[in-house]
Write a protein that binds this ligand. Structure first.
Ligand SMILES: *Cc1c(COP(=O)(O)O)cnc(C)c1O
Length: 446
């Protein structure tokens, strides 16, 4: 018998974020093709992509508009180095991102983590060029996530990703997260934001001289389990960063491109950051691309006769024309189809379908922002996330809880069937997982 694709994968591929030994019991699913929100495996079984394939896929898979743009671009220019050269896709994309955000001078990388690295390096180098080289440390929010390369991991506060590599890192400081779930009796989400902003204020008052930047995920700390917080925190953070001369970096890698309901999450707070990191949805989930946008003031601090005062950072594929073209096609879909307005309706209808899950007696803190839903499950079941994922997959639904938090972050293209599939599957997978918990409890009973 010929080995299956999954078997060959286990022999040849080291899969990400995976204890490979667990695949002995549950091999990876080999996907043959995909259409819209559906992934279809080599046996023809389909799965609804409830997490947009790690939050990247905005308009479903194999979207014809992005596909056509890529085919056209492949016939013109596949790649050229961006040092000393330029091309239409990178110029047009940079102009469009500037128009959308009010920040410019787009600098490109390929992954979210490289965008984090670029923003941190630019911030510290800005202070060095401005005669304040001691401002070279960073502060982030507790449970923040900004990627997993060594520099990005230093501002990522998630123990399981960081513990083994702690000796390699120059760890950043963290301040308490304004997580709305941490409200004390009688406190609102706004009260939590104000209380946590006061902690940030005290921290900055003490450490601003050594601090280059505060980095935050605006409104939703996704990797922490869709932790949501009040926009007032961002307004306070902006004011404090101004007062203490610290850059504000907003990491919109997960929240950008309509995910939070607005084009970018920080726009709900009405603030202007010093740096914006973008990736994930930027190309609609087709090709790796990231970008960092910044202010004229930052840009000007590098503009000099001395080469060493420039930002001498590069990646081989910086500004790749194919990836930029996919991003342009993605932005065209936003414009042509009035996606943000349509998502308001889609989110309302999906929230209604998901109401039985939100009201489930074992669910706590049901929450939603834009096209993100999350539910904390009150359970003692070991490996809840893994077991829930397994049940959901059996039902043809891709969901991967984080800890005890189930979440959905679907592509923006769910028809009635797909909405019902997601809502019913998410609830049925919870019931199936809780049934396992009940069985285990029975077995444990004397
Ligand atoms: C995913 C993510 C990153 C890292 O992006 P990669 O492309 O996985 O390196 C950084 N920040 C946030 C907020 C993310 O969600």
């Amino acid at each position: 018998m010929n080995p299956t694709l999954a078997q060959r994968s286990l022999a040849s591929v080291w899969h990400p974020c995976t204890q490979m030994k667990l695949h002995e019991a549950a091999p990876p699913i080999a996907i043959a093709h995909a259409q819209g929100p559906w992934l279809i495996d080599v046996d023809g079984k389909r799965y609804l992509d409830g997490v947009s394939s790690w939050w990247v896929n905005l308009f479903g898979h194999c979207h014809p508009h992005i596909q056509a743009a890529l085919i056209d671009q492949l016939g013109r220019l596949d790649h050229v180095m961006l040092a000393g050269f330029t091309h239409a896709p990178v110029v047009e994309l940079s102009e469009r991102l500037a128009a959308l955000t009010g920040l410019g001078h787009a600098f490109y990388g390929s992954d979210g983590a490289s965008a984090t690295e670029i923003a941190l390096k630019m911030s510290a180098h800005y202070w060095r060029n401005s005669g304040k080289p001691e401002k070279c440390r960073f502060v982030g929010l507790a449970d923040g996530y900004h990627g997993e390369t060594v520099g990005a991991l230093a501002v990522t506060d998630i123990a399981i990703f960081r513990e083994a590599y702690a000796p390699l890192l120059r760890l950043a400081a963290t301040v308490v997260s304004p997580d709305a779930r941490t409200a004390l009796p009688g406190e609102s989400a706004l009260d939590v934001a104000l209380r946590c902003a006061a902690v940030l204020e005290a921290w900055l008052a003490k450490h601003h001289n050594e601090t280059a930047a505060l980095i935050v995920e605006p409104l939703v700390q996704c990797a922490a389990g869709m932790v949501m917080y009040d926009p007032e925190y961002l307004r306070r953070a902006r004011a404090l960063c101004d007062r203490y001369q610290v850059h504000l970096v907003v990491d919109e890698i997960a929240t950008g491109f309509g995910r939070s309901g607005t084009m970018f999450a920080h726009q709900q707070a009405g603030i202007r950051p010093d740096f914006i990191c973008l990736s994930k949805g930027l190309t609609g989930g087709t090709l790796p691309l990231s970008a960092v946008l910044t202010t004229d003031a930052v840009y000007q601090a590098f503009f000099d006769d001395q080469v060493a005062r420039g930002f001498l950072h590069s990646h081989s594929y910086t500004g790749n024309p194919l990836a930029c073209r996919a991003a342009l096609a993605t932005l065209e879909i936003f414009e042509q189809q009035d996606v943000l307005a349509r998502n308001v309706e889609l989110a309302a209808s999906l929230s209604e379908a998901l109401a039985p899950l939100s009201q489930h007696p074992r669910v706590r803190h049901a929450r939603q922002l834009g096209m993100i839903w999350a539910w904390d499950v009150d359970t003692t079941l070991p490996h809840f996330a893994r077991r829930y994922h397994h049940h959901a997959m059996a039902l043809g639904l891709l969901l991967r809880p984080i800890g005890h938090t189930i979440y959905a972050m679907p592509p923006y293209v769910l028809d009635d069937e797909a909405q019902a599939w997601l809502a019913q599957g998410a609830l049925a997978a919870l019931e199936a997982t809780l049934a396992e918990e009940a069985t285990l409890a029975e077995e444990a009973a004397p």
